[in-house]
Design a protein around this ligand. Structure first.
Ligand code: SAJ
Length: 429
């Protein structure tokens, strides 16, 4: 079949490539002309294992970049749906729908993959598509969420089960035909796009709430002087218990955001909102731990190792490390000795010195430092991301670079005995 993929981001582009690999004629469209130029020139800048090769061979084969939306048997919409002012910004979905409407033919199928509040496919996208002059039913319409894990996208596109919610049986069947051509997991179908949208949000909400439980457990375990990760691992030996891992917060563009989409058509969110607050509050908790070790942090220098939202990726959206940096600065200002204000001293001259390091993130706005620069003379370091590079750090080298002897291992990746042997006080969550 012919497939036009709208939005060549971290989902659309790999999906387009995998569809081409499966033998479809795929047209990749994006409003970002520079991205299209780069793709055509073979300049790929993707931070995802194995993806370069799959895209490059798709571009040599049946994937072509298009600067205009083209008529196609299938239109796949994979555009961003950010949270703005506590609401899902659906303008990209609407714009994509309008572009599809201009080319829509009877019998074509439109599938939305973006994460959206329940009801979006039927109430927002459907009416936009009907501006084509065709009614829903004359064309097929379905919602099928992506569920791939950044860092493992290609494998999960193939292997994950897939939910498909169509507005009618013909829509379900058309979507099954397309996904069946490359998905090896099970296809779970339902005659209701809203249910499929709801289920996608539940999956990320489950993870957020579960991580909040782990984070609260970590703070309680500390009061009993117990190792929370050991306790969680022991608890998880029960066949029906699966508590996640504590950490410095929950980042990325999915898990901290998707749960709030559930609140768009319901005012019943309670536990879910508490979970968000608990996870966001971990930056303040790590700050408490630092204060416990250093006394005041008002004039401390602290190295934050890791601004990527999770290990071995380069994405710093909703970064727990950056949230920690802001929290430290705010707390330091609030606790600055009386009289220090009004002396004309700026944050850079007096007060806390927060150094940021990340071996994967390349964003030039973040003023990242080299590892030796970040560590040297610092009173403490915080491991905020579970990059492999940090697990492999040499405790003796780090101890020599630090001025103080405190390392907060917020991700539980260090060999504590080896670090303590090097004279470092390791504080775990
Ligand atoms: N985290 C913890 N403790 C844990 C697990 C994760 O603190 O036990 C933190 C991570 O460090 C990170 C954040 O949570 O900051 C999110 O990371 P993640 O690996 O849990 O998830 P994402 O955002 O990379 O991808 C999620 C996945 N959803 C689920 O596993 C239910 C992925 O399958 C989805 O496709 C993706 O969201 C999405 O696009 O919705």
């Amino acid at each position: 079949s012919s497939v036009c993929v709208h939005g060549l981001g971290y989902i659309g582009l790999p999906t387009a490539a995998v569809l081409a690999e499966a033998g479809h004629d795929v047209f990749g469209y994006d409003v970002d002309v520079e991205l299209l130029d780069a793709l055509e020139a073979g300049e790929l800048d993707v931070d995802e294992p194995g993806l370069d090769d799959v895209i490059a061979s798709a571009l040599d084969g049946s994937l072509s970049v298009t600067r205009e939306v083209v008529p196609a048997d299938y239109h796949l919409i994979c555009v961003p749906t950010p949270l703005e002012d506590e609401r899902a910004e659906l303008s990209y979905v609407e714009a994509a729908g309008e572009a599809v409407a201009a080319e829509l033919r009877p019998g074509d199928t439109v599938i939305l993959e973006s994460t959206v509040p329940p009801g979006t496919t039927v109430e927002v996208l459907g009416p936009v598509l009907e501006r084509s002059g065709l009614d829903v039913g004359e064309f097929s319409l379905a919602y099928s969420p992506e569920t791939v894990l950044p860092g493992n996208v290609i494998a999960e596109l193939h292997d994950n089960d897939r939910a498909i919610g169509g507005v009618d049986a013909a829509s379900v069947e058309a979507a099954v035909t397309l996904y069946g051509s490359f998905v090896e997991g099970e296809l779970r179908t339902m005659n209701d796009p809203t249910l499929a949208e709801f289920v996608k949000l539940l999956q990320n909400t489950y993870r957020d709430v579960n991580i909040a439980l782990a984070n609260e457990v970590a703070t309680i375990a500390a009061d009993y002087d117990l190792d929370s990760r050991e306790a969680i691992a022991l608890a998880n030996h029960h066949p029906r218990v699966n508590i996640h891992q504590p950490g410095p917060g929950v980042g990325g563009h999915c898990i901290p955001i998707d749960p709030l989409f559930l609140g768009q058509g319901s005012d019943r969110l309670d536990l879910i909102e508490r979970a968000r607050a608990i996870n966001d509050g971990m930056a303040a908790y790590v700050t408490d731990l630092l204060e416990g070790e250093l006394g005041s942090i008002a004039d401390a220098s602290v190295a934050i190792l890791g601004v990527a939202y999770k290990g071995n990726v380069a994405d710093a959206r909703e970064s727990p490390g950056l949230r920690l940096a802001e929290t430290l600065q705010r707390r330091a200002r609030a606790t600055q000795a009386p009289g220090a204000e009004g002396t004309g001293a700026t944050d850079a001259e007096a007060g806390i010195d927060v150094r940021l390091h990340d071996p994967h993130v390349t964003d030039s706005h973040l003023a990242l430092e080299s590892l030796p620069d970040a560590l040297s003379g610092a009173d403490a370091a915080v491991i905020a991301t579970d990059h492999d590079e940090y697990a492999a750090l040499d405790p003796i080298e780090v101890a020599a670079q630090l001025d103080g002897d405190t390392v907060i291992d917020a991700k539980g990746i260090l060999d504590v005995a080896a670090w303590e042997a090097a004279g470092v006080t390791v504080v775990e969550l």
